[in-house]
Each structure stands twice: as C-alpha cells, then as structure tokens.
Design a protein. Structure first.
Length: 214
C-alpha cells in the first residue's frame, strides 16, 4: 500500500491541476474541458482527480482564485512602490496591464462568463475580495486626500471598467494598425475620466500629465 500523501504533496498537485486547467480553459473554453482531458495531460485518471477536487467546478474555482491572487500580488507591490498618490495610481494601472499581458490565460479565466458561485467556494470569495480591495484602496486614498471627488467604490469601478474594456479590445485584436495605439487610448481615457473626478478648486498636483490615475 502506498504511503499517504503529505499536505505539501497534495497542495503541489492541486497547483499543477490549476495550471493545466487554466491553459485548457483558455484554449478550449471552460465548457469543453473535462476531468478526462485534465487527467490525460496530468498523467492520471479522471477518477484520481476526484481525490483532490469534488468536480470540475471546484477546479474552475481554485484556478480562478489562484489567478486573482497572482493579480493581487502585483497590485499590492505597485501600491507599496511609492507614497505619491498620482505615481501610485499609475503604477497600479501598469501592474494591472502587465498581468493581463504576461498572463493572458489567467486574465481571460478571471473574466470568463461561466463562473462558480462564490458562496460555495470560500477560497474564491476571499481572492475576489482581495482583488477588489486592491483596485479600490488607492482611489479611497486619493479621495481622502482631496485629490479626487466622489464615491471611491463608484470611481474605482469606472477606472477598472475602462481599463478592462481597453485590454479586452487589445486581446481581441481590435486595436490594429489603423487604430490609435493602446497607450495613447489608455492615456486619453484615464485623463478624461480623471478630469471628471477632480475637485473644482486648486489641487496639490495641477499638472495635467500627473493628474491621471490608473
């Protein structure tokens, strides 16, 4: 009888499953991936996978939580990289784009239409909350400092929606040679959104180039 697996071995294999699943989900779509296809690439039977995950949805939840946590690591590092609010907002925007560029499969999984119910998967709910917090905290700081005016939750969602839409267009190949470059569109979009959230009076950093978040 083989020796029981250690918690470290179990965690390592679960991580491997998430990595393989993330790629297969991106290549074939979540609906087309099966426990059998995952097991085949991992070198085990579909039945063996049930020793680690209850079903495919549990794998989707774990893979998505992993992707969200990797995004959060980048955003948290960006937040800690500077004390200047405007530079911090730019750094967080850069980190968000860098994640989407470096890990497109993970980014697509995070925003895939078919998603598990967070209430059934505490790990996923925690990762979602962490990522949401990391996309809002810097806006809260800027509102508290009087650099932006408005509800931080609403403002952060507006910035995020704009950035996600632009990234999605880039991933879909809709920003071709005849379109303005990604960075030009990003700069103009964030400049216009940010101007709408500026106080009516003078602010600490009046330079228009600097007063651009995300």
């Amino acid at each position: 009888m083989p020796a029981p697996l250690t918690p470290e071995q179990i965690a390592c294999f679960r991580q491997r499953v998430c990595q393989v699943a993330e790629r297969q989900f991106a290549e074939h779509g979540i609906e087309q991936v099966s426990m059998r296809s995952l097991g085949k690439e991992l070198g085990c039977s579909a039945t063996a996978l049930y020793s680690y995950f209850d079903n495919k949805e549990a794998i989707v939840a774990a893979a998505r939580a992993n992707a969200l946590d990797r995004l959060s690591v980048r955003l948290e590092a960006a937040h800690a990289s500077t004390e200047d609010p405007w530079q911090r907002s730019r750094a967080i925007g850069d980190a968000y784009i860098d994640f989407a560029t470096a890990e497109p499969e993970a980014y697509r999984l995070v925003f895939a239409m078919a998603q598990p119910d967070q209430q059934l998967y505490p790990e996923l709910a925690s990762a979602e909350e962490r990522a949401a917090r990391n996309t809002q905290l810097y806006v809260e700081d800027m509102v508290a400092a009087g650099l932006l005016v408005g509800d931080p939750t609403v403002l952060s969602h507006v910035f995020w929606a704009g950035m996600h839409g632009l990234i999605s267009l880039q991933m879909a190949g809709k920003l071709g040679a005849r379109k303005p470059p990604f960075e030009t569109l990003r700069h103009e979009m964030m400049r216009l959104i940010t101007r709408g959230a500026l106080p009516t009076g003078p602010i600490e950093s009046p330079n228009e180039t600097k007063t651009e978040t995300a």
